[in-house]
Design a protein around this ligand. Structure first.
Ligand SMILES: Cc1cc2nc3c(=O)[nH]c(=O)nc-3n(C[C@H](O)[C@H](O)[C@H](O)COP(=O)(O)OP(=O)(O)OC[C@H]3O[C@@H](n4cnc5c(N)ncnc54)[C@H](O)[C@@H]3O)c2cc1C
Length: 478
């Protein structure tokens, strides 16, 4: 065994989960950590890509909550980056929910947000107040020990009745106005499931996370990996790219290392790296069904459970390079959630199955307005789609797929642009460059199962009887 292949710990995948654990092992325990990443850049969904030497886009990060001074999230990032990662606060309001007959801006002050909702829906005051305390308590119960969670459930019996509901079930029980129900569920894209399918507990954790507004990293999402990697390198660790882990080597029930091959090159030579600690950030599905050898009985139950579990949704992203600042049309850097009706479930079903037909909703964000260090203006538009719609091209290589795939992409891109133009006249004139990514893009670059952008879906079955969303282990430590 070569010394250069021996480490104190190996982390599979360089997403924020992998970077975080690697940095903690390095900073807290002085471990020499090897990160193995199948993509040719580090960062997972926090990486960026560029076109035309001037447009840069994040592939997966639009905003993060709890990054104000003193917030827990900020303290964690300060620790992980030795205080070098800086954050810009998004404008007020930071969310704009756009419906055909009304538009609502969510304030980054939770008291104001609540007051605005009550002002618009005074007859629903009681339900709105309960909603705020419910999301607060559900979010808090995710980060406390089981004993405390049980105690809270005793003193707050409402919890037992709501923690395994879908969002729709919760909203239907507590509200009358269709506008209000739609409004409160407007951020369903942040967890990828519309109200009739998504877990209210998971909605609560994310809605609560963003109550004090959104933040964006100064310099863009790639700054995250750039500022965390030095901590890992300080103790002799490193991140290697284009290294796809094909198997976790397990002997006598204990992980000893990993087998690695150049990504997307099935004939490439196999290398081996060794460490007494192996941690997977490659997602639960990949880890249990692909990386742990099939004859390993230790995780047989999890493997079967994950295989049986519903599949997560994939998405389309339209990356736009703009000729001029979108501020010209009044955008300030807030998110825009544009909906053509109140029924999110119907829009999701319709659009997922036929994205080449009319567009019914989308999420839009402007990185260049959130971060003034960007050299050119950009925008991103995201919507959800069924992987099956694109699966017939899955065996063809990136950038070498048949013409029909590119024709379809072009038609979808035009539909999306027309949809946004119908809400914001003049938008299309701003566009200099566009490129659409599909579920195949997510599957190829992130190695995610069927391009499921959030991994295992956020359905109520994810929530255990005790209210914890960690029923399925999302990362394993062997
Ligand atoms: C389009 C989109 C928009 C999003 N917007 C936001 C947002 O605005 N705010 C927010 O907070 N979150 C957002 N998210 C979610 C957030 O980006 C993710 O939750 C987070 O980045 C996931 O980090 P991770 O480390 O768990 O996984 P990933 O970032 O998925 O990292 C996993 C890494 O493992 C690698 N890998 C997989 N298999 C192997 C293997 N066998 N060998 C080696 N490497 C492997 C992958 O290439 C990848 O780099 C968004 C996600 C997407 C896709």
């Amino acid at each position: 065994m070569s010394n250069s292949n021996q480490f104190d710990a190996i982390v599979i995948g360089s997403g924020i989960g992998g970077l975080t654990v690697a940095a903690l092992l390095s900073k807290l325990n002085q471990k020499k950590v090897l990160i193995l990443e199948q993509h040719y850049v580090v960062g997972g969904y926090t990486h960026e890509f560029a076109r035309k030497n001037k447009f840069n886009w994040d592939v997966g990060l639009h905003y993060v909550g709890e990054m104000g001074k003193g917030d827990l999230g900020r303290k964690i990032f300060d620790y992980l980056s030795d205080g070098n990662l800086k954050w810009n606060k998004m404008p007020e309001p930071f969310e704009q929910f756009v419906y055909p007959d009304f538009s609502f801006g969510q304030s980054c002050d939770p008291t104001q947000f609540k007051a605005d909702l009550i002002e618009k829906f005074p007859q629903e005051k009681r339900g709105i107040e309960n909603y705020f305390s419910d999301i607060d308590i559900l979010a808090k119960t995710q980060v406390i020990p089981v004993v405390l969670r049980t105690a809270i459930a005793f003193f707050y019996p409402r919890l037992r009745n709501i923690n395994r509901l879908t969002i729709k079930e919760y909203l239907d029980r507590h509200f009358q106005a269709p506008q209000l129900k739609a409004l409160l569920a407007s951020i369903w894209g942040t967890y990828g499931l519309p109200p009739a399918q998504g877990s209210f507990t998971i909605h609560a954790t994310i809605a609560s996370h963003f109550l004090k507004g959104g933040y964006y990293p100064v310099g863009g999402a790639l700054e995250i990996a750039k500022n965390i990697l030095p901590l890992i390198e300080k103790n002799g660790g490193k991140a290697l790219t284009q290294k796809q882990v094909t198997e976790i080597i397990i002997e006598d029930g204990i992980a000893k290392g990993v087998k690695v091959q150049k990504a997307h090159k099935p004939d490439a030579a196999i290398e081996e790296y060794y460490a007494p600690i192996v941690i997977s950030d490659a997602g639960a599905f990949n880890t249990y069904t692909k990386l742990i050898p099939a004859d390993n009985d230790l995780v047989a139950n999890y493997r079967e459970e994950i295989k049986r579990f519903p599949k997560g949704n994939s998405a389309l992203t339209l990356f736009l390079g703009l000729k001029e600042s979108p501020a010209k049309l009044g955008f300030k850097g807030e998110n825009h959630w544009i909906y053509s009706a109140y029924d999110h479930d119907r829009a999701f079903q319709k659009q997922s199955a036929a994205p080449d037909k009319a567009i019914d909703y989308c999420y839009m964000s402007f990185a260049s307005l959130k971060d003034t260090t960007q050299t050119a203006h950009t925008a991103q538009i995201l919507l959800f789609v069924d992987y099956e719609f694109f699966s017939k091209w899955q065996e063809q290589n990136w950038r070498h797929r048949e013409e029909e795939y590119y024709r379809l992409k072009e038609a979808i891109a035009q539909n999306i642009l027309n949809f946004v133009e119908s809400r914001y006249p003049g938008f299309k004139d701003l566009v200099e460059y566009y490129e659409l990514s599909t579920p195949l893009t997510f599957a190829y670059f992130d190695a995610s199962d069927r391009g499921a952008i959030y991994g295992i879906p956020c359905v109520p079955e994810r929530v255990g009887k005790n209210g914890s969303v960690l029923k399925l282990p999302l990362k394993i430590f062997i």
